[in-house]
Design a protein around this ligand. Structure first.
Ligand SMILES: [Zn+2]
Ligand SMILES: [Zn+2]
Length: 559
């Protein structure tokens, strides 16, 4: 490793410690050492170590970098720091210390919550938050958005809801619907698209909509398709239409370009003509289309759910009547990946094992205590609802599952996750996870690629090999539904389904509000072509426990 790469590691450690409000003096040591090393561009790290003097905590990290190539302290800090705080670092002018104060003062953990707090005045009410600082935060968020930076799905959902409400009650508007990537439930969204059904002339309605609150700039003035750039840097394209055009416009602005082109081609093949978002027959008469279902029917296809309209084979499947019957929110019967006060969150059942979070992981003694409490709760609930005893155990760098057999035996199911050493190459990382799966205690592989959307790339891993082995062993793979993760990626969910791997939808909730992540997970599962039979959470508690036991028993039988 060269000195410069080491400097980056030290700088990130300093930043994350500041974010977490840890010992400022020590953060400063890391920061200073980072600058010192960064100045030595040409030297290798071992060379730089022989000349420079470093404080003991810094020195320990540098020694580990020389011997192992990465830092376990950095791994731990990344894992322990809420993803949303790391996301907020993307806001220009917003430093870790300020973010920490906002977090401590208001409990804010995401960029979206920060934006809400700016808007509703809570930020300005914090001690030592003068109007200038609030203004700086507001500008920073706007700058980030002005670059066209994508936002996470829940963030886009919140903005879209506001717009739906406002436009829906506007004069001359009878109906408004979301389309675009948000309706397809893409994991990140650059801009919003809405279809506005008008009872008055669409161009006139479009013109009046340019006066919506907060509009700063309009593109496409004088037409019925306008892009509004709002003061908070949200961009929304409004397609204003007559009622007869609504279904076609909704269809055309939802699917990706290839999907739309192929469906329209099918209409043309059937001798329809399409102009101005209306369909005409050979005699030139307008064919009335009630809704998108009617449009697909005209093309000789069953309705295709918006999430699937990515030109990933859905048209061929539709034509062959082989579309999957997609998961519905009502199919979900329980959740398995939740954290509780025993590690780092609100209510829950699968807390971190010892090594994941040096400070917050459970020890053997606390496991017993937690299980006693769960037993007591289950007695109180008397069969109306059941709390299961799970754990999120670390996959150690060598592929061993943390806690070891005697302790793991006491849990009803085990989620095994990688939380450290993300720097391994694809072969090492894949072997590490494959080895963990051989442990018969492992029920589920948690967040299999470790990505944090917009913040951290997935680690290198051959997901196809993981899925293949998971299918052979009867181990489930997680679709972590935290909006920052959405990991397994929906594109790989399809492969999981084809490999006949069970997918577990994990809210990874650290608070009661975190349980809402399930809805997002359902969207992603649908986008990944998953139906109820593919998803572990659609089973009863007994069936889930049987799934976990089967995995354990199979190995005991061959042993
Ligand atoms: Zn985890
Ligand atoms: Zn977790």
């Amino acid at each position: 490793m060269d000195a410069r790469a080491a400097a980056h590691v030290l700088a990130e450690i300093a930043t994350l410690r500041q974010l977490r409000g840890e010992d400022e003096a020590e953060s400063a040591l890391f920061e200073a050492a980072s600058k010192q090393l960064g100045a030595q561009l040409t030297r290798s790290l071992s060379e730089a170590l022989t000349i420079g003097a470093f404080a003991p905590p810094v020195r320990a990290v540098l020694d580990e970098l020389v011997s192992d190539g990465d830092s376990s302290l950095l791994d731990d800090l990344r894992e322990e720091t809420p993803e949303g705080l790391q996301e907020m670092l993307r806001v220009p002018g917003l430093g870790p210390t300020t973010i920490q104060r906002v977090h401590a003062g208001l409990g804010i953990e995401t960029l979206q919550e920060l934006e809400d707090a700016v808007r509703d005045g809570r930020l300005g009410a914090l001690p030592r938050f003068g109007p200038r600082l609030v203004e700086r935060v507001r500008n920073g968020i706007m700058q980030l958005r002005a670059t066209g930076a994508p936002v996470l799905l829940p963030h886009a959902d919140a903005e879209a809801l506001r717009l739906l409400h406002e436009i829906g009650s506007h004069e001359g508007v009878s109906r408004v619907a979301l389309s675009g990537t948000l309706r397809r439930r893409m994991e990140t969204v650059n801009e919003l698209a809405l279809v506005v059904e008008c009872t008055l002339q669409p161009i006139a309605v479009a013109a009046s909509l340019t006066h919506l609150r907060g509009v700063q700039r309009v593109v496409g003035s004088g037409t019925r398709v306008i892009s509004l750039h709002f003061a908070d840097a949200t961009t929304a394209t409004l397609h204003c239409v007559r009622p007869a055009q609504f279904a076609m416009t909704l269809f055309r602005t939802t699917g990706n370009a290839e999907h739309v082109r192929e469906v329209l081609q099918r209409l043309v093949d059937r001798r329809y003509r399409i102009a101005d978002d209306e369909v005409r027959d050979t005699a030139g008469h307008v064919v009335p289309i009630a809704d998108e279902g009617g449009l697909y029917a005209l093309a000789g296809l069953p309705f295709i759910a918006p999430e699937l309209r990515e030109a990933q084979g859905e048209l061929a499947a539709a034509a062959a009547n082989a579309l999957p019957s997609l998961l519905e929110a009502s199919d979900i019967r329980g959740v398995l990946h939740c954290h509780s006060l025993y590690s780092d969150g609100g209510f829950g059942i699968s807390d971190h094992s010892r090594s994941a979070l040096n400070a917050h992981g459970m020890s053997a003694a606390t496991v017993q205590q937690q299980h006693d409490e769960i037993d007591a709760v289950n007695v109180t609930l008397a069969g109306r609802f059941r709390v299961l005893k799970g754990v999120e155990a670390d996959i150690l760098p060598c592929g061993t599952v943390d806690f070891g057999a005697p302790l793991l035996d006491r849990f009803e199911y085990v989620i095994a996750s990688v939380h450290t050493r993300f720097g391994m190459n694809a072969t090492q990382m894949t072997d590490r996870v494959l080895k963990a799966m051989e442990d018969p205690h492992v029920t589920i592989i948690g967040h299999p690629t470790g990505r944090l959307l917009l913040t951290r790339e997935p680690y290198a891993i051959e997901i196809a090999r993981v899925l293949e082995r998971a299918a052979q062993l009867g181990v489930a793979v997680e679709l972590n539904a935290d909006p920052h993760r959405l990991d397994l990626d929906w594109r790989s969910c399809r492969a999981a389904r084809e490999a006949r791997v069970q997918v577990e939808l994990g809210p990874d909730a650290h608070s009661i509000a975190g349980l809402d992540h399930v809805a997002l997970g359902v969207s992603m599962a649908r986008k990944g072509w998953l139906g109820a039979p593919d998803v572990l959470n659609t089973r009863s508690a007994d069936e889930v426990l049987a799934f976990a036991r089967r995995r354990r028993a199979a190995v005991l039988a061959t042993a």
